[in-house]
Design a protein around this ligand. Structure first.
Ligand code: ADP
Length: 228
């Protein structure tokens, strides 16, 4: 489902963010990516949906050869990969329902079909009554649930999330984690970079630890393992 083969990433300023990463993530896996700040976690996530390109190596996600994609194929690839961000990245001038519909890049989708799918994902995240509101009218926890709804609207085979609970209190962090567990139970692969030790230690999922741009640990039913 996701495979990296000897992936290197050096940014323009000469910073080596990833140095020889090789990893396989199977369909339906739930993976936490942990490690100190600056270790390369975000870069690892960004490479998976082509927000950054590798300097060297091969990346395959859901049947797409990521580094070989042409520009016009990128939106097609991104429909198969839902992304959730620490700062939600909702569009402030659009309503909640419009934010979700905007991500539904279905060619020839009818208004009725779009409305139905938006209603479905709003119900899934427990916010059916908030569709007409604007992001600023929601709490942080609610905004992130909308972020998850938006990521799910295209029925992606993979969700990648970079610190999705980074701005949330423990209760809201758990709510997001529970949503991820629910979609994972239905077969969606989850890759989540996080500093949230409590969640990682409670969940006993696969843990990939990155330090200095390298995978230093890859455990089934792993632990957070840092004292930060
Ligand atoms: P993490 O998510 O684990 O904190 P990052 O992947 O964000 O780590 O960063 C890894 C390294 O790459 C750090 O040294 C960081 O400063 C550097 N880096 C990240 N993004 C860029 C960028 N756009 N340009 C230059 N250097 C970057």
């Amino acid at each position: 489902m996701i495979e990296m083969q000897d992936v290197w990433k050096e940014y323009g300023n000469g910073v080596a963010a990833l140095s020889g990463i090789s990893v396989q993530i199977k369909q339906g896996d739930f993976v936490f990516v942990v490690g100190p700040s600056g270790a390369g976690k975000s870069t690892f996530i960004k490479l998976m949906y082509r927000e950054e390109r590798p300097t060297k190596g091969h990346i395959f996600v859901g049947g797409f050869n990521i580094e070989k994609l042409r520009e016009r194929q990128i939106p097609i690839m991104r429909r198969h990969i839902g992304a959730v961000f620490q700062d939600y990245k909702l569009l402030p001038k659009l309503t909640v329902a419009e934010n979700i519909a905007f991500a539904l890049e279905v060619i020839e989708a009818s208004r009725r079909m779009i409305n139905r799918r938006v209603a479905e994902v709003l119900e899934l995240v427990g916010l059916s009554d908030k569709g007409k509101m604007f992001p600023r009218e929601l709490s942080g926890g609610e905004q992130q649930r909308i972020g998850v709804a938006r990521a799910l609207v295209n029925k992606p085979s993979v969700i990648i999330a970079d610190e999705p609970t980074g701005n949330l209190d423990p209760e809201n962090s758990w709510a997001i984690l529970k949503l991820f567990e629910r979609v994972n139970d239905q077969g969606t692969t989850i890759v989540m970079a996080t500093h949230n030790r409590e969640l990682v230690n409670a969940c006993k999922k696969r843990v990939i630890a990155i330090e200095n741009g390298q995978i230093v640990r890859d455990q089934e039913r792993g632990e957070y393992g840092y004292e930060d």
